[in-house]
Design a binder for this molecule. Sequence first.
Ligand code: PLP
Length: 395
Amino acid sequence: MNFSSRTDLTINSGLNDIFKTRDSQTISFAGGLPDNSLFPQKELAQAFHEVITNDDPSVFQYSAEQLLPLRDKITQKMKRYGVNAKSEDILFTQGAQQALSLAAQLLIDKGDGIVVEAPTYVGALAAFDAVEPSFYEVPVDNDGMNIDALEHILKHHEVKMIYTIPDFQNPTGVVMSTAKRKAIVELANRYDVVIVEDEAYRDLRYTGTQLPTIKQFDTQGRVIYIGSFSKILAPAMRLGWLVATPKMRADLAALKGSTDIETSSLTMHAVNDYLAANDIDQHIDEVRNIYCQKKDLMYQALAENLPEEVEFNNPEGGFFIWLKLPNNFDTEEFLDQYLLPEANVTFVPSKNLFTSKNVLNGARLNFTQPTDEQICEGCLRLGQALKNYRLPIAN
Ligand SMILES: Cc1ncc(COP(=O)(O)O)c(C=O)c1O
């Protein structure tokens, strides 16, 4: 049987590699997963219990409208981000992932241009691959997308969408500066492009001060803002949201309906009840404290164990530390041939995080899911493995 070309593209995206392990003893720095011990299990159990034992059977029914009180809570949250959204601008999705897929379906015909950061979130590339776009890569500097490179691309190519993760970028941990947030909106206005702002990690800042969202500078309704409960509550909720103009939102809702009819009403009710009964900001503060400690622990362990040729950053938030090895180093080969089989440690090699697949010397390390002991032991083993690996590490 012949399957479509987009099936191959999506299957080969590398998205599933992040769950690759050797056995139950593998220390994984690969996934982008929260810490299991931080899910507010009791409070969520209570919220779900209340929803399903409620006298109102309509929570089990299809519903024409997405739950208004929950949309109102998101509009309040967005207001704190400087975004004046109304409840009719909010669309709940099956995680941020579905929002990415819907944005690409809304904007992109085969061959249309999407600008992505290089490197970027592998799941976004998988979602975008399905609409068979032309990708244009913009390097990520220490303060976000390289704006000169972006302008050059917009000037010379037909681009319909710019995808960016401005806060604690996946995989580099980089934060886009305020000046660049303004500049990217100005460019989008000038070249008639839509910006997809993926803020899956926005609430997880550990140091420094929060910057305005890109959406805050949007005066022409050309920024689709994407948020998620995955990293602040639990990924299994599969609950994200997007903020767009009412027209865009309506079209995105129609596209969404064609694949899943609607987001689970039960989940939306349960999350709404959870938010009504609990202070999620207090929960997020607890999560941030622990993740900050884990990040510091990993940073310290890397400093103590990695050969000095390896560069890495100390991110202000998010889930990841980004490693840069010497130019001739292939992190995928190192992972497959040595790190996993010999040291039983995994990370995400850089290759699949670039659409060009030609940057081989980077690696993404996750510090939120492993335990403190795993972080220390894994970094020790990673350091030893790099020193023992048969390829010379020095240029
Ligand atoms: C940058 C980014 N966007 C979106 C997602 C998808 O998140 P969700 O679980 O909300 O679908 C992830 C997941 O890791 C991510 O890192």
